[in-house]
Structure formats: C-alpha cells, structure tokens
Design a protein around this ligand. Structure first.
Ligand code: NAP
Length: 254
C-alpha cells in the first residue's frame, strides 16, 4: 500500500494500516527539514511527475494508492490521478473537509494567493499563515506582516515582515495572545481545514477580526474521495479482502 503523505491524516492512516497488519510505504516530498515521520516504511522525494509515478507504480505494483496529501498539493494529486488511471492501481483521495464559517465569522474567500494579497493591501497588520510556498505573492505589502511557517520561506518577504517559525497544533488562547501582541487586524490563510490549525479562526472570531481564505484547488475527476482516516481504512480493508492472496511482490503490497 502506498500512501502519499505530508499531512497528519496521512500519518494517522499509516499508523492505522500498520496496526491492522498491512505493510505500508509512505511517500514524503522532502520539503520540511525535520518532518514528523509516519509509522511503517518511508520514502522521500518526488517521483518525476505523472510519468515518473506511473513508472514507479508499474515497477512496484502496490495493491493500492492513497493520496493523503494536503488539499493544496495540487500537482502530486493530479499526478496520482493520471498515474493510477494509466497503471490500473486503485486510487483513493483522502482529503479532510474545508472549514465552514459560524456565527460572528467575517470570512472572505479568494481564489489565489495574489488575490489574497490584494484583499489585505491596505491592512495595518496581517497575520499570514499560508505556508512558506508562495509567500512571495505578499512581498509588495507595505503594512506589518507576521509571517508564520514551519520552515523559513525561500521567497522575498514584505518590507515590514516579522518571521515566526512554528508548527501546529496551536491553542486558541495562544493565538488570541499572538494577535493582540502584534495588533493583527486581518488573518490570511488557505482553507486547509482540520483541527491542527483551526485555533487561529476561533481566535479571529473572538477578536472580531476578518479572515481571508484561499479556496482549495479542484479535485481530479473520477477519483473516489473520503474525508476521514476511518473511511480510508475501510476502503483499504475492502480491497485487501477482495484481493487477498492474489499478488506477490514486495511485502508492502499487502
Ligand atoms: P505539490 O505542489 O502538489 O507537489 C510538487 C511536487 O512535489 C510534486 O509534483 C511531486 O514531485 C512532489 N511531491 C509532493 N508531494 C509528494 C509526496 N507526498 N511524495 C512524493 N513527492 C511529492 O505539493 P506541495 O504543495 O509542494 O506540497 C508538498 C508536500 O507537503 C505534500 O506532500 C503535501 O502533503 C505537504 N503539505 C503541503 C502543504 C501546502 O500548503 N501545499 C501544507 C502542508 C503539507 P514529482 O512531480 O517529482 O513527483
């Protein structure tokens, strides 16, 4: 079983599959300097686009492929769909739901980081939590920008940027304190969904602050999608039951 990872869900899925007796190989892009490693086998680095991944699948013949990458990791998700279709390897997309606004939320959705930058160009103090990739879209901002990311961005930062290196999960009280300390007047985030980084949205609600959310890229057509690790485990169990004992090859094919 090959799991395309880089998310908390992917790690929980690998742990659940290993606990259930499956041999699992997780694949990481290698972007984060010190990643939290999943249980089971791990490989690191790109495959070389859809062609490279298709070649890898044809060579290693995993029983199934679960794409549990981040909702904004659109290139690897497109590669997975194309490579699975070409090789006939069953593919499941595991993607957590996006966030939904509640009473009191002042959310604005935009389609890109560039549009998000335009939406906050007049803000005095921005909390930017879109991750280090694409941060250059905000380089022209002239107000204060608190840039929070796991690793340092390799792109130009706004003139008055303050860099805060931190990895979630974050607590609501800490987020409120951070926003007060930096006198944040707008929060910018991707619609990543999930509990790990949701606290900033609760904090913004408590403080009455507006939030700009970048919409998710669309999913490839024709790929089954589940929202939870439990559903993904059920899907893999069904496959294992229907195809038990019919394959040879590396042990993580089972
Ligand atoms: P991306 O734009 O979709 O991927 C860029 C390239 O990185 C892919 O074409 C692929 O290279 C390689 N790649 C990505 N994920 C991979 C994986 N799990 N295993 C092997 N190769 C992978 O993705 P991204 O936005 O750069 O994200 C990179 C990784 O960080 C993903 O695994 C994702 O789950 C995680 N992540 C992303 C975000 C985010 O906001 N984008 C946030 C948290 C975590 P080849 O074409 O050479 O195969």
């Amino acid at each position: 079983m090959l799991v395309l990872g880089g998310t908390g869900e992917a790690r929980r899925l690998a742990a659940a599959l290993v606990a259930g007796g499956a041999d699992v190989l997780s694949s990481l892009a290698g972007r984060v300097a010190d990643p939290v490693l999943p249980e089971g086998g791990v490989r690191v680095g790109g495959f070389g686009g859809a062609d490279g991944l298709a070649g890898w699948l044809a060579e290693h013949r995993p029983r199934a492929l679960v794409d549990a990458t981040h909702p904004f990791a659109a290139r690897i998700t497109a590669s997975a769909a194309a490579a699975a279709a070409r090789t006939g390897v069953p593919l499941l997309r595991l993607q957590r739901p996006g966030w939904t606004p509640g009473p009191g939320d002042r959310w604005t959705y935009v389609d890109s980081l560039a549009e998000a930058a335009g939406a906050v160009r007049d803000a005095g103090s921005v909390l930017l939590t879109t991750g280090r990739q694409g941060v250059g879209a905000f380089a022209g901002l002239t107000g204060r920008v608190l840039v929070r990311s796991v690793d340092p961005p390799g792109e130009p930062l706004p003139a008055r940027a303050v860099l805060l290196l931190a990895r979630g999960p974050f607590a609501v009280d800490d987020e409120v304190a951070l926003m007060r300390e930096h006198r944040v007047d707008v929060v910018v985030t991707k619609d990543s969904g999930g509990a790990m980084t949701e606290a900033k949205l609760v904090a913004a609600r408590e403080l009455g602050l507006p939030v700009v959310l970048v919409r998710r890229p669309p999913l490839p057509a024709g790929v089954p999608v589940v929202a939870t690790v439990e559903e993904a485990v059920s899907w893999t169990n069904r496959l294992r039951r229907t195809r038990a004992g019919t394959e040879d090859g590396p042990s993580w094919n089972r």
